[in-house]
Ligand binder design. Structure first.
Ligand code: NDP
Length: 245
């Protein structure tokens, strides 16, 4: 199926930022959406905003670190719409800090959200895609995977894992599936302020605040990868502000 109209698309981390903007963009193009996140009130607001404009969206409380939650996300798509065309693995957390701060809970959160979370999505959607003989993974990485800039080393390492997992998945996918990595640079979202209380992260946070792109810039890049004809795989898109080194 070419285009976005009518496609069944599940998005993780859809309650704010890039996930929310992507949901709004795809809904505007006629996609049928299943949206996952942990914060119920924020997710409900996103779903309500889309349906108020005549779009189609269902919310599923889903923590990507929990295997069963991703299963429920994909099962909801199958029960409600009969298939799953695309899984956008977007959920993420940017808790940057220097190693000496020993913020090990933050390290764990980034590893479990970006690596285990992505694998849980693959585990839930791949059998569905194989059965259908079509499907697309869109994984949200980061420009942090291309240049290591402390104090975001742990974040960069987990996003490097996203890049590697995406490329390996693409090579194993065969002719029926499509696999896309979308790597944003500084984007103006709530996620950008997560390390704001940390002194060592402050200069980076300030720089991001000054130059960040709107999340709609990433939403349209994701849309571009989805709307290509079946046989066309947009393997990788990097989107950064022109002033970002
Ligand atoms: P936000 O904080 O606005 O959005 C993050 C989303 O992820 C929220 O919807 C949050 O929802 C969800 N989330 C976090 N942890 C989990 C979890 N365990 N399970 C399910 N959902 C979760 O930040 P962004 O929009 O900026 O981030 C989106 C993606 O873009 C992330 O992967 C991030 O790494 C990436 N990115 C962002 C950049 C930027 O500059 N903003 C640059 C490069 C990449 P909830 O809390 O409700 O679960």
């Amino acid at each position: 199926m070419t285009g976005i109209q009518g496609k069944v698309i599940a998005i993780t981390g859809a309650s704010s930022g890039i996930g929310e903007a992507t949901a709004a963009y795809l809904a505007g193009k006629g996609a049928q959406l299943v949206l996952g996140a942990r914060r119920e009130d924020r997710l409900d607001a996103v779903v309500d905003g889309i349906t108020a404009k005549g779009g189609t969206a269902t919310g599923v409380i889903a923590d990507v670190t929990r295997r069963g939650d991703l299963q429920r996300l994909t099962e909801t798509a199958l029960h409600q719409y009969g298939r799953l065309d695309v899984l956008v693995s977007n959920a993420g957390t940017m808790a940057v800090s220097p190693f000496d701060d020993l913020r090990q809970d933050d390290w764990d959160a980034m590893v479990s959200t970006h690596i285990t979370g992505l694998l849980n999505g693959i585990g839930a959607a791949l059998p569905v895609f194989r059965r259908q003989r079509f499907g697309q993974f869109v994984n949200v990485g980061s420009t942090a995977a291309y240049v290591v800039k402390p104090p975001q080393t742990v974040y960069a390492a987990t996003k490097t894992a996203v890049k590697v997992l995406t490329e390996g998945l693409r090579q194993e996918s065969g002719p029926d599936l499509r696999v896309t990595l979308v790597s944003p640079g500084f984007t103006n979202t709530e996620g950008i302020g997560k390390g704001a209380g940390l002194e060592a992260a402050a200069p980076m946070i300030r720089q991001r605040d000054e130059i960040a792109m709107p999340p709609s810039a990433i939403a349209s890049a994701i849309g571009y990868a989805i709307e290509q004809p079946d046989g066309v795989d947009v393997s990788e898109i990097v989107v950064r502000p022109t002033v970002q080194a």
